[in-house]
Design a protein around this ligand. Structure first.
Ligand code: 5AD
Ligand code: SF4
Length: 474
């Protein structure tokens, strides 16, 4: 291993970028790079970028400007790399637009980082000759990205993301993902399982399977047959130590009865479903090329609620898509009223270069988009508060993830992904606790621990976090 150098990675955007940042860190750890929390003392800074909306993409350039200024003020030499979806979409443009970038690397080439970084180093700060690597290589990057070390897993806590599928073939007319992440590709089931076993052995208790179209998962199993998401989830829930499984993000079109049935049959599968609908208007859904209508969405919601009455729904919404009228927006509000969401993300439509919607007639004025997003968010916020308030007095199982803001406080996640603050010892991090919820605020819930570590029948083989049969006192 070469001399120790410091690495700072900043991620923007989705959970896949969080996962990718970890894998980049793992790759560079083998080259002697140690993670630092501050860009100021880093030898290499990686901005892991998001291209989904214009605002997110523009952040990269302001961040690059800030970095450059800080470097100049401190008289510091740092290598700067731009990774993620802006790197993929804008490639060499980034070198032209921003001073001080040494390397641009797209999401499918992260396994090549050591060689790219070494190459950039050899060029010795000649930034006009910055390197751009945005090919979609023939080899599978996951075959070359090293697994995280035990120390890295411990640092990241007891809830982990695992990418199982990447890319998208749906081509919604507003979305850049099919261009930045490429065609849908599923990782083979045995490789995912190996990764989860490794995580569980280091104390991970909850795994969220991620993919842009995760419920379209179709990876090969050990016998070379195609396995679907329900099969993958069942296998992962069987891994000793894994107590909870989640998956995100799903497309309504791929929400089949087998997956819905799993929400009834598998207690480890959390009762929370993030299912983007984008709009409640069939006219707009068709223009978005969503391949589903509002009726299909209602049908899925009804089916899931029938098998798992306590399920919480979450969704993504876009307001102000080209051609959206007041009546279309009223349909979205109506859909929200009918379904009732525990949480949701909503965005103003942002025109993205190269997508079909960017060229559509009827672009909606900014003021209109603002008025609609305010109305929608007010409704969604009130639904979230109603959901949280209904949890008051209930007993929920939480996975304790990290210390709270004040000494003696801990923060855990409920099955519905709510953040719950409890009092307890730091040794409880990484354990499951049964909690009675008593307080609700806009940011989180609070509760009292009634019992802990009750999944003793399937303990982690080895856990850093707590003795396997240790009980937490109420
Ligand atoms: N404008 C606004 N929101 C968008 N999203 C994707 N593309 C756009 C866009 N061009 C939203 C969708 C998607 C989420 C990840 O981001 O709601 O589900
Ligand atoms: Fe984008 Fe649509 Fe694919 Fe989701 S399903 S990633 S919104 S193209």
């Amino acid at each position: 291993m070469s001399e120790t150098r410091k690495l700072y990675v900043r991620s923007f955007g989705c959970q896949m970028n969080v996962y990718d940042a970890q894998r980049m860190t793992d790759t560079l750890a083998k080259e002697g790079y140690v993670e630092t929390d501050s860009p100021d003392d880093a030898d290499l800074v990686i901005l892991n970028t998001c291209h989904i909306r214009e605002k997110a993409a523009e952040k990269v350039y302001s961040e690059l400007g800030r970095l450059k200024k800080a470097q100049e003020e401190a008289g510091r030499q740092q290598m700067v790399a731009v990774a993620g979806c802006v790197a993929q979409a804008e490639g060499a443009e980034i070198l032209k637009r921003a001073r001080g970038v040494d390397l641009v690397v797209g999401p499918q080439s992260y396994h090549k980082l050591p060689e790219l970084v070494a190459d950039a180093q050899r060029r010795g700060g000649n930034r006009r000759a910055g390197i751009v690597e945005t090919e979609f290589p023939v080899e599978d990057k996951f075959d070359f990205l090293p697994p995280p070390t035990r120390a890295a897993i411990n640092k990241r806590g007891p809830a982990a993301f695992v990418t199982v599928q990447e890319g998208c073939d749906k081509f919604c007319t507003f979305c850049v993902v099919p261009y930045t992440r490429g065609a849908e590709v599923s990782r083979p089931l045995p490789k995912i399982l190996d990764e989860v076993i490794r995580l569980a052995e280091a104390g991970v208790r909850e795994v969220t399977l991620i993919g842009q179209n995760v419920n379209a998962y179709h990876g090969l199993d050990a016998a070379g047959r195609s396995a679907n998401l329900p099969e993958l989830i069942r296998r992962i829930a069987d891994v000793p130590g894994i107590a909870r499984v989640r998956y995100t993000t799903s497309h309504p079109r791929d929400m089949d009865d087998e997956l819905i049935g799993l929400h009834r049959d598998l207690p480890a599968l959390m009762p929370y479903l993030h299912l983007p609908v984008q709009s409640g208007s069939n006219r707009i859904l068709a223009a978005m090329n969503r391949k589903h209508d509002r009726e299909l969405f209602f049908e899925i919601v009804d089916k899931v609620r029938a098998v798992r009455p306590d399920i919480a729904f979450s969704s993504d919404f876009i307001v102000g898509f080209p051609g959206e009228t007041d009546a279309d927006f009223a349909d979205t509000m109506d859909l929200v009223q009918r379904v009732g969401f525990a949480s949701a993300f909503s965005f103003k439509y942002s025109s993205r270069p190269g997508t079909p919607a960017a060229g559509m007639d009827g672009q909606v004025p900014e003021e209109e988009k603002s008025a609609r997003i305010h109305a929608l968010q007010a409704l969604l916020d009130s639904q979230r508060l109603a959901f949280d308030t209904a949890c008051q007095g209930r007993v929920l199982d939480i996975l304790i993830e990290k210390p709270g803001r004040f000494p003696g406080q801990l923060i855990g996640r409920s099955p519905y992904l709510q953040s719950i603050v409890v009092d307890g010892p730091v040794e409880a991090i990484g354990t499951l606790a049964r909690v009675e919820v008593h307080g609700v605020s806009t940011r989180n819930l609070s509760g009292d621990i009634r019992g802990g570590e009750f999944f003793v029948e399937r303990p982690a083989r080895e856990s850093r976090f707590i003795g396997q049969s240790e009980k937490l006192e109420a």
